[in-house]
Write a protein that binds this ligand. Structure first.
Ligand SMILES: Nc1ncnc2c1ncn2[C@@H]1O[C@H](COP(=O)(O)OP(=O)(O)O)[C@@H](O)[C@H]1O
Ligand SMILES: [Mg+2]
Length: 374
């Protein structure tokens, strides 16, 4: 549906030196997909989105919508923004305060050059779209009398009235309070599934990205550093950056003595002993390795208890509980393993384990991920 090839846009800073931007992004978004650009502030998410929308002219690259170029630096194609058939929702809603809900939502239809509609058709279309976002009862209300959540719904309705081929959402929930944000997140997902509109969602919030997306492109410093499903990104990070950015993780340094291929298991020497780990990238002998293990993937039990049947023999270590924090639905332990390696373990509460207890921790080999150290 959308193809982004070698998208390049570098800003120039005020003193004339090269600034930030996006440096060679490549990805494709499939029909009906909810695709997310995720990364820290300043990594180039908005630049990428604005380039796709035609609000920013890239330095080079190619953008194609349904196999038709909307931007191509080699062929000097640059379709103007208003002819791209793309809807966009910004963080700052950009609702017109001097208009009613109806006038706001109808505006794109009234100014559209391609889709001329009668007043009656426009009214019917706006009513239908307001209904999908739960705003049909507010149709004649002045926009100034809307709450934050209602303004956000209206912004979404306005982007949808023209039935765009592609919907771009730039941190649309970040101005809402936490509770409303979660509610709107669920609504957004329902709406996207109902309308089937192909969407690109931008956020710096990893839990939002995991909850919403079919696929996620993680960005850092203007580049896409990993692209995959939420599960792949979470369970098989290919860099320390991604492992740290997405969820809490343990990191243990070590090295390998032989070459290891991609998607293979091999032993890593670490300060706590050998760790059997899964390699998400090919790594040469002698390389410095960062081994990452999620706190909730680590098994913990009293040292004297018999390990459960079926637990892999590898990656079992003795340790001492240094700290215990009760977090409601989970219990978090800090366990000192070996001389001074601290490991965070998260488990369901109620285990008969406390501070100063001797424990056995186990890192399941397929959840113990080896990466090149950054
Ligand atoms: N209009 C601009 N002029 C100069 N630099 C810009 C401009 N817009 C963005 N940048 C820089 O480009 C980089 C990427 O910005 P942006 O795409 O807005 O990041 P994100 O949306 O991921 O937070 C940042 O370093 C930012 O400072
Ligand atoms: Mg941004």
């Amino acid at each position: 549906m959308l193809k982004v090839e070698n998208l390049w846009k570098q800003y120039v800073t005020e003193d004339g030196t090269p600034g930030g931007g996006v440096f060679g992004a490549n990805f494709e978004v499939a029909e009906g997909e909810l695709f997310t650009l995720l990364g820290p502030s300043g990594c180039g998410k908005t630049t990428t989105l604005r380039s796709i929308a035609g609000l920013e002219e890239p330095d080079r690259g190619r953008l194609a919508l349904n196999r038709v170029d909307i931007f191509n630096s080699d062929k000097r194609v640059a379709v103007p923004s208003y002819d791209r058939d793309i809807g966009m929702v910004f963080q700052s809603y950009a609702i017109w305060p001097h208009m009613t809900v109806f006038e706001n939502a109808a505006y794109p239809l009234k100014v559209s050059r391609n889709k001329r509609m009668s007043a009656g058709e426009i009214r019917a279309k706006v009513q239908a779209v307001l209904k999908t976002v739960g705003m049909e009862d507010y149709i004649d209300r002045p926009a100034t009398q809307l709450s934050g959540g209602q303004q956000q719904r209206l912004a979404l309705a306005r982007a949808l009235t023209r039935e765009p081929k592609l919907l771009l959402l730039d941190e649309p929930l970040s101005n809402l309070d936490a509770q409303l944000r979660e509610q709107m997140r669920a609504e957004l997902l329902r709406l996207q599934r109902e309308t089937g509109v192909t969407s690109i969602y931008v956020t710096h919030d990893q839990s939002e990205a995991l909850a919403l997306s079919d696929r996620i492109a993680v960005m850092n410093l203007g580049k896409i550093v990993q692209l995959g499903t939420p599960k792949e990104i979470y369970q098989r990070p290919t860099s320390e950056f991604v492992a740290n950015f997405i969820g809490k993780t343990n990191l243990i340094h070590g090295n390998v003595h032989a070459n290891v291929g991609v998607n293979a298991s091999a032993k890593v020497s670490t300060p706590i002993g050998d760790l059997l780990a899964y390699f998400t990238a090919a790594i040469p002998a002698g390389a410095r390795i960062g081994v990452v293990i999620r706190p909730e993937n680590i098994d913990i039990q009293a040292a004297h208890a018999a390990p459960p049947a079926g637990m892999a023999a590898e990656n079992r270590f003795e340790g001492v509980v240094e700290r215990e924090v009760y977090l409601g639905e989970i219990e978090e332990y800090t366990v000192v393993v070996g001389k001074d390696v601290r490991v965070t373990v998260r488990t369901s509460p109620g285990k008969p384990i406390g501070v100063n207890d001797k424990v056995m921790v186990h890192f399941p080999p397929d959840r113990t991920i080896a990466l090149i150290e950054e």
